[in-house]
Every structure is written in structure tokens, then in C-alpha cells.
Design a protein around this ligand. Structure first.
Ligand code: NAD
Ligand code: MG
Length: 409
């Protein structure tokens, strides 16, 4: 291993593992770098960074690029093209901007790609990486929710591997018997319950963005934090799980477990239940995807059972958290409904974070859009990228109208 500037860990040996991080400036992207640096500090890193991408944060992207010396960096916002170029003008790192540059970053030859862009915006870059046969460490759950069949087919056809990063799916991945899926009776997805677990609907009606993003157990990006407060995150994860694991969606259950120690469980036909446990730190699931099928040390705190002392469980409340019901109904209905759920929710969450609508409007707008779309009909399944893009676009248009109507009311 040789070092780049600042003693940063970038391998340049012929066997170095080639790594790309899509969404490198986000919570998951930063945790991924922490693991790479942790490995480098232990003399265990032999990797080079191929490409990094971000939405708007030029300063942080350029700083990461200087440290990790990728071949290519891309910024999604076209208007920041010159800013990124001049920030890296004294290096030989290539830069690009806009949707095509993000896809180029994803298409560059890499062995392992962290897909950590938030939202359906991550779909096309993730698909590009999938089509090249890379191992895909998938954090971007929205791309499975809106285009599960398209993404899993692309990975399978290219001979790649899907390594789930989402802690619940990562937990199930570690204990699921892929050779005997018919011996699995249930998947049990655990949910912390979010910051409003004990709140009434009346209390939630006046919840602010700051309250919604203050998650009790996990530190995450704003969008997933709001999804955790509405429990839409668990609804999206239900759909995500149905694409990753060969089980019927009816076999996937949700269980509220406020301590977030058991990250999810698999129940087998003989009554055995296998679980994966750990402290709530995304560096553990990311580490399993980095090293899989081996293991690598992580700086996450080890679980101290004496301190945990008590694990509790409760059923989810579908009345206070209607997003869960919407997700269950969407997956059961099939067709465009999961893509519609995802897109409408993205628009409504963005509007809530902008103070344009109230907290309870998020699920209400999503439900309104689902109802309108179900009346329109549509394809029985989304099997092409074009169909997904059309369904996603229509749901965004309708959700935008609902947001405008509520903001004007
Ligand atoms: P984040 O908001 O912290 O980071 C998102 C990243 O995507 C950033 O690098 C941002 O620049 C980039 N991005 C945002 N919008 C973009 C756009 N339109 N085009 C291109 N790039 C864009 O989010 P996060 O918490 O790191 O989550 C990333 C993904 O991982 C999400 O899908 C989330 O659901 C999933 N996930 C996150 C966690 C967590 O603990 N943070 C846990 C499980 C799953
Ligand atoms: Mg999760």
C-alpha cells in the first residue's frame, strides 16, 4: 500500500480493491470512509477510490477527493460544475457535473460500490454500477422500492452481488438460509418506533422538522430521519425486504423494539428464530458489506449486555402511523403503487422539511396520490427503467399539486 497526500489511505498496489462511493458526503458515505481509514490505520487497507459523487456540497466533496485521490468526482448540481473544477484545479482528478456525470462515476470500473445517494435520484447511477457486475453495497432503499425488479434483475444478469446495508436487511442477510428459503416462516423487521413512538396524533400534528429529525437511537440524513418519524421508513423497508429475500410480502412482519439492539430476525419452520444484534451504529452493517464473506474490525462500540439489561417489544400502531398501512397496501396492490408511494413520500417529506406542509400531511398527501393513481390504473408490474421513470414522474407531479393545495389552504 502506498499513501497519497495527507497520509490518506489509498492503495495503489496491483491487487488494490477498487471502490466507488455514490453519495460520499452523506451520513452513510462518511461512515464508509471512517471504516476505510480504520482499516488503513491498522495496516489492513489495500484499496483505491475510483469515483465519488455528491449533490451540492462541493467543499466536502473536494476535501474528500484531496484526501482519497479518486480518479473522478461528480456533483449532481450542474450549476456547481465550475466550482468543483476550480476546487480541484491543482490536482489531476477528473471532475464532472449533472446526471450524466453521476452515471459516468457509477459506470467506472470498480469492484465494490457503496450506493448511498438518498431517494430515487440514486436509481440510475446504482443501475449503472449494477450493470457492470460490481458488488453493490446498497443503502439507497428507495431504488429498490421504486424499481426492485429492474435493479435485482440487472445485478443478477451482470453476475454481481447485492449486499444490503440497511441495518435490518443486513441483519437478515447474515442469518437467512438462502439455500433453503422454503424453511423460513417469517422475517421480523424491527423498528425503533422513531422520535414520536409514544406521541398522540394531536401531538404529532404540530411536530416540527427539528423534532422529527431528532432520532433517539440513530444519527442519519434528514430524509430518512423524517421517514423514521412517520414510520414510512419501515414501510419502505418492508418493500425493500421483499425484493432482497425470496419470501412473500405477507411473511414479513414489523415489530417495534425501542432499544434498536436486535436489528431484525428470521423465524424458521421449526420455531427457531435467528437474530443479529449490535449497537446502533451503521459502521457495523457497512463493515459486513465491505468484507463479505469475511469480517473486518469496525470502530463501532461492542454490545454491553449488562448495560442493555432490558429488550422490549410492542406491535406497531397502524392508526397513529398510517404510512405503514400505505406501504403494506402498495406492495399488495403491485404495479405502479410502490414507486408511487416512494415518489409521493419524497415530495411530501421535502415539503415538510421546507415548512410548506405539516407532519401529518406527509402520509395524507402520499395516500391522496396513491388513491389518484390507483384510479388511473397502469402496468401490472414495472419491468423497465422507462416504466419506473414514468410512474415516479407522475406521482411527483400529483404530489406537487397536493403540496401546493395544502400550502395555499
Ligand atoms: P444523507 O442525506 O446524509 O446523504 C445523501 C447523499 O446523497 C449525499 O452525499 C448527497 O449529496 C447525495 N444526494 C442527495 N440528493 C441527491 C441527488 N438528487 N442526486 C445525487 N446525489 C444526491 O443520507 P444518508 O442518511 O446517508 O442516507 C443515504 C441512503 O441510505 C438513503 O437512501 C437512506 O435511506 C439509506 N440509509 C441510511 C441510513 C443511515 O443511518 N444514515 C441507514 C439505513 C439506510
Ligand atoms: Mg433501516
Amino acid at each position: 500500500m502506498t499513501s497519497a497526500t495527507n497520509g490518506a489511505p489509498t492503495g495503489r498496489s496491483p491487487n488494490a480493491r477498487r471502490i466507488t462511493i455514490l453519495g460520499s458526503t452523506g451520513s452513510i458515505g462518511v461512515s464508509t470512509f471512517e471504516l476505510l481509514e480504520y482499516a488503513a490505520a491498522r495496516g489492513e487497507a489495500d484499496f483505491e477510490i475510483v469515483a465519488l459523487t455528491a449533490s451540492k456540497n462541493v467543499e466536502m466533496l473536494a476535501e474528500q477527493a484531496r484526501k482519497f485521490q479518486p480518479e473522478f468526482v461528480a456533483i449532481a448540481d450542474e450549476s456547481l460544475k465550475d466550482a468543483l473544477q476550480s476546487a480541484l484545479a491543482d490536482t489531476n482528478i477528473e471532475t464532472g457535473a449533472g446526471a450524466a456525470a453521476l452515471e459516468e462515476a457509477a459506470a467506472r470500473e470498480a469492484d465494490w460500490v457503496m450506493a448511498a445517494i438518498v431517494g430515487a435520484a440514486g436509481l440510475k447511477p446504482t443501475l449503472k454500477a449494477a450493470q457492470r457486475g460490481a458488488a453493490i453495497a446498497l443503502a439507497n432503499k428507495e431504488c429498490l422500492v421504486c424499481a426492485g425488479d429492474v435493479v435485482t434483475k440487472a445485478i443478477a444478469e451482470a453476475g454481481g452481488t447485492l449486499l444490503p446495508v440497511d441495518s435490518e436487511h443486513n441483519a437478515i442477510f447474515q442469518v437467512f438460509d438462502f439455500e433453503r428459503p422454503h424453511r423460513v416462516s417469517r422475517l421480523i423487521l424491527t423498528a425503533s418506533g422513531g422520535p414520536f413512538r409514544t406521541w398522540t396524533r394531536d401531538e404529532m400534528a404540530s411536530a416540527t422538522p427539528a423534532q422529527a429529525v431528532a432520532h433517539p437511537n440513530w444519527s442519519m440524513g434528514a430524509k430518512i430521519s423524517v421517514d423514521s418519524a412517520t414510520l414510512m421508513n419501515k414501510g419502505l423497508e418492508l418493500i425493500e425486504a421483499s425484493h432482497i429475500f425470496p419470501v412473500a410480502h405477507e411473511q414479513i412482519e414489523i415489530l417495534v423494539h425501542p432499544q434498536s439492539v436486535i436489528h431484525s430476525m428470521v423465524e424458521y419452520v421449526d420455531g427457531s428464530v435467528l437474530a443479529q444484534l449490535g449497537t446502533p451504529d451503521m459502521r457495523t452493517p457497512i463493515a459486513t458489506t465491505l468484507a463479505w464473506p469475511d469480517r473486518t474490525p469496525s470502530p463501532s462500540a461492542m454490545l454491553d449486555f449488562a448495560k442493555v439489561s432490558k429488550l422490549t417489544f410492542e406491535p406497531p400502531d397502524f392508526n397513529r402511523f398510517p404510512a405503514l398501512r400505505l406501504a403494506r397496501d402498495a406492495i399488495a396492490a403491485g404495479g405502479v403503487m410502490s414507486a408511487t408511494l416512494n415518489a409521493a413520500n419524497e415530495v411530501a417529506v421535502a415539503a415538510f422539511l421546507d415548512d410548506a406542509v405539516k407532519f401529518l400531511d406527509i402520509a395524507a398527501i402520499t395516500e391522496q396520490v396513491l388513491e389518484m393513481v390507483s384510479r388511473q390504473g397502469g402496468p401490472a408490474a414495472l419491468t423497465t427503467l422507462e416504466e419506473v421513470v414514468a410512474a415516479d414522474g407522475e406521482a411527483r407531479r400529483l404530489a406537487g399539486e397536493c403540496v401546493a393545495a395544502r400550502a395555499a389552504a
